[in-house]
Ligand binder design. Structure first.
Ligand SMILES: [Zn+2]
Length: 138
C-alpha cells in the first residue's frame, strides 16, 4: 500500500487560516460565513483533485480543504464511534441473555407455584368431601 502525501506544498499558504477554521471533516461553511462547495482542482500540482471551497470567492483561491483530507478525518473520527457502538451491542447482548435466563427461572418458579396451588386445591377438595361425607352420612 503506497500513500503519497503530496498536498502540503500547494496548500501551505492557506494552512494557518485553515487551522484557524479547525473544523474536522467536511466543512459546511467557509470562515467568511459563505457556504462551502465542492470544486475540482485544475492546478498543475493537483489536477482533478476535489476540494471544498468558499462558494462565493473560490476564484480568489479561498481554499478551505481537500475533499480527500475531509474524508480521512471523517473516517478517523467515526472509528471510535463505531468501536463504542460495537461495545454497546455486545453489552446489550450480554444483558439480553442474562434477562432471558432470569425469565426462564421465573417461568419455572411460576410453574412450581401453579403445581403447589393445584395440590392445595385438591387437598382442600378431598378434605371438604371427607367432611361432607361425615356430616351427611354419619
Ligand atoms: Zn469564504
Amino acid at each position: 500500500m503506497a500513500l503519497k502525501m503530496s498536498s502540503s506544498s500547494s496548500v501551505s499558504g492557506n494552512y494557518a487560516r485553515r487551522r484557524l477554521n479547525a473544523e474536522r471533516g467536511t466543512p459546511k461553511q467557509c470562515w467568511c460565513d459563505e457556504p462551502s462547495e465542492l470544486f475540482t482542482s485544475a492546478s498543475v500540482t493537483n489536477p482533478g483533485r476535489l476540494y471544498y471551497c468558499c462558494a462565493k470567492e473560490y476564484r480568489k483561491r479561498h481554499l478551505l480543504k481537500w475533499a480527500d483530507e475531509c474524508l480521512v478525518e471523517e473516517v478517523e473520527d467515526i472509528k471510535p464511534v463505531i468501536r463504542g457502538m460495537n461495545e454497546d451491542i455486545s453489552e446489550l447482548r450480554l444483558n439480553v441473555s442474562r434477562l432471558e435466563k432470569k425469565i426462564e427461572v421465573m417461568k419455572k418458579a411460576d410453574m412450581r407455584k401453579g403445581d403447589e396451588c393445584m395440590r392445595n386445591v385438591v387437598v382442600c377438595g378431598v378434605g371438604m368431601a371427607i367432611l361432607c361425607y361425615y356430616y351427611f352420612f354419619i
